[in-house]
Design a protein around this ligand. Sequence first.
Ligand code: F0G
Length: 355
Amino acid sequence: MGVGVLRAYKEFLPITDATPMISLGEGDTPLVKSNRLGKELGCTELYFKLEGCNPTGSFKDRGMVVAMAKALEAGSTAVMCASTGNTSASAAAYGAFCDLPTYVLIPKGEVAMGKLAQAMAYGAKILMLNGNFDSALFLVRTFTSRHPVTLVNSLNPHRLEGQKTAAFEIVDALGDAPDFLFIPVGNAGNITAYWRGFQEYHDAGFSRKLPRMMGFQAEGAAPIVRGEPIANPQTIASAIRIGNPANWEGAVEARDSSGGVIDMVSDDEILDAYRLLASKEGLFCEPASAASFAGLVKLHRQGLNLAGQRVVCILTGTGLKDPDLAVSSVASQATEVEPNIEAIEAAALLVTAKS
Ligand code: F0G
């Protein structure tokens, strides 16, 4: 409980005697059984993995702790990443914890406020790019190849090593792998990492089966689905607004060897899923995270029979990352009231009658 992923899964990670066993308490996130939405989809066993419960509010912490520990072990003096927001928040937090200067390159105007606030509070050196995530990633790759600064995007192999531990936790919680794993796809590192995790645990004898990997991109940022890079990706789910994923091949391999799919969902489908998860399950995730559940809803609508199937949807980040979107897109409205009991009763009873 709460020992961090380096200690919890030491034997599956690239840890040596010289690796500092750092932790901000990442991993060991809840796997919550659906109370309402699963029934509506005819799925008796639907679970949500709440990766927003990690210390910086997203799954990135699992990989970042390994990347940072290995950077320290190698004597690195600074780290750098490009990010749509969550990677930069995570890098900045672990950089602060480890006293490693952290440079983050983010697309100007495209990062949700909560994520930007985190990078600032943790004290990262923030570079705002007049360009998109794909150009930011290209630039940090070039920069780190020229200077003694460690790249901590998921091109750093230690990132995916850490992220695969979420698959271990799912098998540990369920006693086996699920039948289907629904997951958002942006830069495609996470789906690659999960597939690796499920395979390693299976090979080690901890699970009998392997899940079908069901990855979902946003319609306006779906290069893998369309089979070619997208020059100007667009979606409300800014975390996965990516036109040329770094781990493209890993995602395709996960799809093909698991018998899964990489498909896409529209912004409206993402927003519907985002609202449903919050209002019918009490799960407030960020829009990109809702792409996993939106994908499940889409396939159910297309006739996928979920009876007797065990399904896990990964909710990759907390909804608090993007409060502006939450306020502008949810159904319930606040009612103004005077500070007396009659006004409260009138307003509350009116609301009860309406609902
Ligand atoms: N969900 C969230 C909340 C994310 O922040 C990301 C990626 C993804 C899903 C997609 O995961 O890239 O491994 O396929 N965010 C990166 C970032 C790109 O910079 O924070 P992926």
